[in-house]
Design a protein around this ligand. Sequence first.
Ligand code: NAD
Length: 256
Amino acid sequence: MRLKDKVALITGASSGIGKAIATRFAEEGAHVAVNYRPGGQSDADAAQTEAASFGPTSIAVAADVSRREDVERMMYEVVAKFGRLDIAINNAGIEIKRAFLEVTDEEWNRVINVNLFGSYLVSQVAARQMVKQGYGGKLIFISSVHEDIPFPEFTAYCASKGGVRMMMRNLAMELAPYKINVNNIAPGAIATPINQAVLADPVAMKNAVSEIPWGRFGRPEEVAAVAVFLASNEAEYVTGSTYYVDGGLTQQVTLY
Ligand code: NAD
């Protein structure tokens, strides 16, 4: 077991990549706090069922990552339950498809608030807790290949993930003296609910897959595998890096 008795908080963990990370971390011996967005009964039910399946040393915690009072209460609950925090995974994220000429302030702010501001809030609250504990920790962001490559009609999403990339690099420097490792995982196209529309459309799927050198969408478990490494003691000297899990997508250059 590579994460035995580590305490891990994973945001947006009631579905998709977050759920796969929570599941794998529990298998690796971690105590897992499964964060879910409050307000929807199905998210709450999914998170409670998931946490219960990991056994009595895991919990489900409600918090909208874009609200400081929620994030601070969540951290309080995690520390009250486990006594500490070793690993925080900033996974919660949303995207809105809208042409730049049409996007509204409300849509722009919603994406930035969850993906960028939420990652800042969770990281700051988590890092303060880790610094107080005095023995380091791991911060991991689930960014995207769009921290680097453009994606027309998803400008707010790209801006948020590009922002996460720079935040990660800065934090890697600022938090190194506290022995807190800070890294990104940048998934390519992964089969999760966020890609529901493409997954349900055979033509869109064919086009999307044709751009991926590996010839298929990725699985959430393939992202979780990298998260296990970055959260483990084996990643002691790894900080300030982005790990692409994209089947070669970022290397794809269309010449003709
Ligand atoms: P998903 O929709 O299944 O997961 C996103 C999760 O975030 C959901 O559980 C949702 O409830 C939660 N969430 C949204 N707003 C929240 C809030 N305010 N507070 C707390 N939780 C909130 O999709 P996913 O693909 O598993 O996405 C996980 C992360 O991976 C996201 O950050 C996404 O941008 C990133 N990502 C996904 C892909 C992909 O192809 N699936 C590619 C690149 C990056």
